[in-house]
Write a protein that binds this ligand. Structure first.
Ligand code: 5FU
Length: 470
């Protein structure tokens, strides 16, 4: 059955209804999609499952998972017709027996495609994704019969999923309108409703408590890495989770800035190759300031070359990074061999690594898969890796820390693709551990005052995440 005929059939069966309906969110909607009715019409169920199958038949996956309840019949139908194993995410935890949240037979690392009937805010889908990903399953694709065009698809895409739907609500409306099933008034009213009732990503995040509530002391217990422990001791004793990105270009400016922000930061981040008059005296002075004010020196070198070169860049003159940096960043675009190479210098007991898993630019190429693989590499090398640089939700791994650049008191961007989020968003909603702030501090009139302000906001947001402050 073609897509248009199917819409007309769904309308006749009362699956697509127009009128006045109160949604789960409390919102009053001029239309409602009730795919639970479809279980009463096996032929229609078959036609819908055919359309869904068209969206996924070429994809690489091991399991089908329907979001309970409406999509369970759909995933069952596809599973039987195309011989694809299914898993079922429970809606409530079992009180006895295995207490498993996901039923079925699966192994960690296997791939699941998750199916829902309708995506509106994306919240039901995210709830399911969190549970099945916690079981170690991987999800790249989510599919639905209808995209209600109210923000859910973009929320899911922002989290790195590829979303496919058989119809958008607009397509359905166009078919019904063309076939005189809805009048002009209903057609316009419905489109207007969709347009005016967007449920954005941030609003959704605020409503949910999905961030792992990891405290600095919990991370300290879970890490075996001495540099991570040193950093956490500084964070806790100074009550600051602020790293100042000191992107200035002369020795004088750098030392002045370090002196001003020193009392308020846990790390001073440098791009030492951008300091025009760099010399070894600068390092001596920076070291002394780092002791005076108790912060770590973090060289954001982002080694990215083959191991043989990364090793030389780490140890060679004139920068001699390995001799003075407490922490350096490394890309793993060349693979985990980059970390092996840096390890072979035998300098990693005094310099910890941070793996760049995801970048903050709007057009970054660090895809969801890349970020996942980078995290795996960081996990494997936890003895020398302090954590990751990332933007999304903090990984649940308590042995690693998450460092997030692209932070300003006011969200926004710059002229070169940088995207800024606020400290509140980063700590409370993404669960990050350290915020990295550059221009927000050193371009302000009074960097000392500004960094004190960031320190206060960052600490408050961290406490709020732990539920220790309103
Ligand atoms: F890995 C990353 C990233 O994804 N985005 C970043 O902005 C690192 N950075 C660094 O953080 C970048 O090299 C700058 O040094 C700093 C951000 O500075 P801003 O002035 O706060 O935008």
């Amino acid at each position: 059955m073609d897509k248009e005929k199917l819409v007309l059939q769904l309308f006749d069966l009362g699956v697509l209804q127009f009128g006045q309906f109160t949604l789960k969110s409390g919102l009053s909607s001029p239309f409602y999609l009730d795919f639970r009715r479809v279980v009463a019409y096996p032929e229609t169920l078959k036609h819908i499952s055919d359309q869904l199958w068209e969206l996924i038949k070429e994809l690489d996956f091991d399991h089908l998972c329907g979001v309970p309840y409406a999509a369970l019949s759909l995933s069952s139908a596809i599973s039987m017709r195309h011989n694809k194993p299914m898993i079922v995410k429970r809606k409530e935890v079992k009180k006895h027996g295995t207490k498993k949240m996901v039923e079925g037979i699966y192994e960690e690392g296997e791939k699941a495609v998750v199916i829902d009937d309708v995506i509106s805010s994306g919240i039901s889908m995210i709830e399911t994704l969190e549970v099945i990903e916690d079981e170690g399953l991987e999800v790249d694709y989510v599919i639905a019969i209808v995209d209600r065009m109210q923000g859910g698809v973009s929320t899911l895409e922002k989290q790195g999923y590829e979303v496919k739907s058989v119809y958008t609500i607009e397509e359905i409306l166009n078919i019904l309108h063309k076939n005189n099933k809805v009048d002009d008034h209903t057609y316009k009213l419905t489109l207007e409703f969709i347009h005016n009732n967007q449920i954005g990503y941030d609003k959704l995040r605020l409503q949910r408590n999905v961030v792992p509530k990891l405290s600095y002391s919990t991370i300290k217990i879970n890490t075996a890495n001495e540099i991570t422990k040193r950093l956490l001791t500084i964070i806790e004793s100074k009550q600051t989770n602020l790293c100042c990105s000191a992107d200035v270009n002369t020795k004088k400016e750098l030392l002045e800035l370090a002196e001003q922000v020193g009392p308020y930061i846990c790390m001073l981040k440098t791009h030492i190759d951008t300091v025009a008059d760099f010399d070894s005296e600068l390092i001596v002075k920076l070291k002394s300031l780092s002791q005076k004010y108790n912060f770590l020196l973090f060289e954001d070198r982002k080694f990215a070359d083959i191991g043989h070169i990364a090793k030389q860049q780490f140890t060679s003159a004139p920068l001699n990074i390995a001799d003075w940096a407490d922490i350096v960043t490394v890309h793993v675009v060349a693979g985990s061999s980059s970390i092996d190479a840096l390890r072979s210098t035998e300098q990693l007991d005094t310099t910890g690594l941070i793996v760049v898993a995801q970048m903050s630019t709007e057009d970054t190429l660090t895809s969801r898969d890349y970020t996942k693989e980078a995290l795996k590499i960081a996990q494997k090398h936890q003895d020398v890796v302090v954590g990751i640089v990332g933007q999304n939700k903090r990984p649940r791994d308590a042995g690693l820390m998450m460092f997030t650049p692209g932070i300003k008191l006011e969200a926004g961007g710059d002229a070169h693709g940088q995207v800024y989020n606020t400290p509140q968003e980063a700590f409370e909603m993404r669960g990050i551990d350290v915020m990295i702030v550059g221009r927000g501090i050193y371009q302000s009139e009074n960097p000392a005052k500004k960094s004190a302000e960031y320190k206060q906001v960052g600490w408050k947001s961290y406490l709020k995440r732990l539920g220790l402050e309103e």
